[in-house]
Design a protein around this ligand. Structure first.
Ligand code: HEC
Ligand code: HEC
Length: 314
């Protein structure tokens, strides 16, 4: 992801505030947003991108694993699309370098949108409103390039600045509480920042899940998804290697990990300490780190992101 534009962290800090603001072409963003929300992008008009990546929530759907059109769960937990533009690669295994490649794969995947370019372009071209909007924005009828471009420009706009932690980094010391600040000190002291760092608090490295202990030890069978990048590259050194996920908005994007194995952020923190750092965290330290992670929740269109679970309860 070449245009990630991550700024250097403030002096001595491993995490940098989000300064990227995304593209500014409003007509393109609006067209991409319509496409993202439109079930007609799928075969049989059954799912939209936003069915799994709910933008009224936190860019995911709050499920351990989303259910595909065939009624069975997908292989991976659905990651949020917010701030994906700041990641160096896309998907849990980082198997795509650009949004265009990732989005085309999502459109053609028979368990996601299950469509073909022929089917999709026929639908869009026979729709008067889309025809007009594509003519206005791209000066032509919808084609593969313009459909992907509109989708991608929209997704590049899904940036969540103004997290309380960013305000803290920019010098507003009371933007976070003393407990939250304590949690940040623990996050650094335990070494979480070795992997989760930069403007996206992750999203810029590949690392093995299970350095000190094997997080798959208690599982009877391993899925192809559990193999991580090994399933992509075939290299033994890539077994259980994943893109280190961004921790931006992590407090509102449960369940966690590539398989959605836990919906508790405190558990996720303990799993990380044990498997990645060889440390057993007591509840108090885990809770303080969770407090810190809550300061990483940013805003979209002037409102803080909320979790699918919270919103569904209302
Ligand atoms: C049925 C649920 C579902 C639908 C529909 C869906 N996605 Fe996804 N999306 C996922 C899952 C699961 C992944 C993770 C896949 C992986 O890691 O291999 C993902 C990953 C992504 C990512 C990468 C995020 C990251 O953190 O790297 C982007 C971007 C994305 N999807 C965009 C889209 C777009 C655009 C569409 C519509 C064209 C779409 N998705 C439709 C479930 C879905
Ligand atoms: C050696 C690298 C490394 C270290 C150190 C590390 N992590 Fe992670 N972290 C990862 C990887 C890789 C994943 C993805 C694992 C998976 O899902 O298969 C991950 C996932 C997570 C997740 C789940 C994110 C999501 O969206 O599902 C959380 C939360 C997390 N880490 C927090 C922490 C905390 C807190 C610490 C310190 C106690 C820490 N990590 C230390 C590499 C690391």
């Amino acid at each position: 992801m070449a245009q990630s534009n991550q700024p250097a962290p403030p002096m001595g800090e491993p995490i940098a505030p989000i300064t990227a603001s995304g593209p500014s072409d409003r007509a393109k963003i609006a067209l991409g947003e319509s496409l993202f929300n439109d079930a007609r992008l799928s075969h049989g008009d059954v799912v939209a991108c936003s069915s799994c990546h709910r933008l009224d929530f936190s860019g995911d759907d709050g499920l351990a694993r989303s259910v595909a059109a065939d009624g069975k769960p997908l292989d991976f937990n659905t990651p949020t699309v917010f701030n994906a533009a700041l990641d160096f690669r896309l998907n849990w295994r980082g198997n795509f370098r650009t949004f265009e490649e990732q989005n085309e794969a999502a459109l053609l995947d028979d368990r996601l949108m299950n469509t073909s370019w022929e089917e999709l372009l026929t639908k869009l071209r026979s729709n008067a409103e889309y025809s007009q909007r594509f003519a206005r924005v791209y000066g032509a009828i919808p084609d593969r390039t313009s459909v992907l471009d509109a989708l991608v420009v929209f997704q590049r706009s899904l940036i969540t600045p103004d997290a309380r932690f960013d305000r803290y980094l920019k010098g507003e010391r009371d933007a976070i509480t003393t407990d939250e600040e304590h949690g940040y000190l623990l996050f650094k002291a335990y070494g979480c920042v070795a992997c989760h760092q930069g403007a996206n608090v992750g999203g810029n490295l590949f690392q093995k899940f299970g350095i000190f202990q094997d997080p798959f030890a208690r599982q009877k069978t391993l899925t192809k998804a559990d193999l991580g990048r090994f399933a992509v590259t075939g290299a033994e050194s890539d077994r259980h290697v994943f893109r280190v996920p961004s921790l931006r908005n992590v407090a509102v994007t449960a369940p966690y990990f590539h398989d959605g194995r836990t919906a508790s952020l405190a558990d996720a923190v303990k799993i990380m300490a044990r498997n990645q750092l060889g440390r057993e965290l007591d509840q108090r330290d885990a809770d303080l780190i969770v407090e810190f992670l809550g300061t990483l929740t940013g805003e979209y269109r002037g409102r803080p992101l909320t979790s699918a679970a919270d919103r569904l309860q209302q």
